[in-house]
Design a protein around this ligand. Sequence first.
Ligand SMILES: Cc1ncc(COP(=O)(O)O)c(C=O)c1O
Length: 503
Amino acid sequence: MTSPTNVTRWRGEDLGHPIPEERHAVSVCLPRWRDNVGYEEGDPAVTGAMQCGYPRFFFHPDTARLFAECERRLARPGECAIAFPSERVARRCAEFVRRETGADVRTAACWSDSVHAVFMPVAARETAKAFWQHTGEILPSRQAAALLEGRGQLNSSESVREKQLIRERVASLQGCSADDVYLFPSGMAAIFTAYRLFQRLRPESRSIQFGFPYVDNLKIQQRLSRVKPVDRAVSFFPRGAESDIDEVARLAAAESLLGLFVELPGNPLLGSPNVARLSELSLRRDFPLLIDDTLAACVNLDTLPVADVVATSLTKYFSGAGNVLAGSLVLNRERPYYERLKTLLADEFEDIFYGEEAIVLERNSRDVAERVPKINANAARLCEFLAERPEVANVFYPARVDRANYERHLRPGGGFGGLFSVVLRDAAAKTERFYDALQISKGPNLGTSFTLCCPFTILAHYRELDFAESCGISRHLIRVSVGTEDSDWQIERFAEALRECHH
Ligand SMILES: Cc1ncc(COP(=O)(O)O)c(C=O)c1O
């Protein structure tokens, strides 16, 4: 059995190491359950060991050095700095920090015409960091390192070419024109841009979050809205059931909606709402519909025909290597919002996707169409194995939840993706031991060609565990992203951990 040792990081001594082992990796090894809790608690034994982290959540050492250099050059006494890839992004962050904290905040150009930093009192730094996380409009560590070395300009002639290649690749996967594909420095930056477009159309309206989403999809609609109070800003339907569509229909009949956001399938429960029905409703009641198809792994589902906009985190399956963040928005020409969104994007869109990131992503994504079918097959087999085990209470996987809604959009040859979540029986007593015994890479991120898992609820919802549980997301949930390794090897890893935790 092949064991991909170069990227398998699960041992105690791997704590804090990048996954994969390279400077700009976007995952970090948190090998034991308690390391994940320690990270969330800010335990210096964990955070001090971290050589990197998921870049929207953890400032990479190169990025942190850039901020320190901005401070050294331009900060006034008592100020700290966070740098962003453009003036407009920095201004958005400054406005957010002012709105949330009332602090005195300013922006200034650092390093180049494009890179701007937000200067603020140290007490407001966490709020600016929340903007960085939720909106994903980040300055990546590759660019920070290059800027510190006196390079770091956004584009070279090579990167302009690579960006075009990526847009053509996304277009061919989505079945649209490359002219309708827009690239961003993260999946969240893509979604946040769509949200801003919708805000420009209907600034006073509420959005709909349909189904329990990836954490920042909801945070954007709560914290980046201008509508107060927050329950007027977004109506949230965590279960995404048919009866919830009836409720959306009632709302849409009574007021105009900002737009509806839905993941297909959803993270972390892999449910599939009835987007065909939502799509009909959006046409009848005139609101834009955004589908986040990240977990459909680029090749499995064809969702663009039922959406106005499809957003994808290219960080995940498209890249597959776990060493670059990126996102895309795709517009559907056949839908009624196309012209309006296109016109607004001409003003709202800025190319802030760093050229060297594009070069890495272009290389990584060449084999996406070959990688994913193998991942589909491996995940299906591993889920089948786990679902039959008496120690397992639940396996959440698109073939096992809302299957008919998922299958309605299957492409020829498409499968159920590589992501699933698992909850053990007697979870409070068994989970930690099982997790610690599991000999696969353990850290944030998904969609890599190597298998990767994390205690997702702990990492994404640590400060709102009761809320997550009220939505059906167990705090003991383990999310697994299945890779391309030998399937027997994968199954043996899980079998071993199950044996270990029942000793
Ligand atoms: C479904 C989904 N959408 C969007 C995102 C955000 O993507 P990114 O981390 O590239 O900003 C993620 C994960 O992070 C996700 O799982």
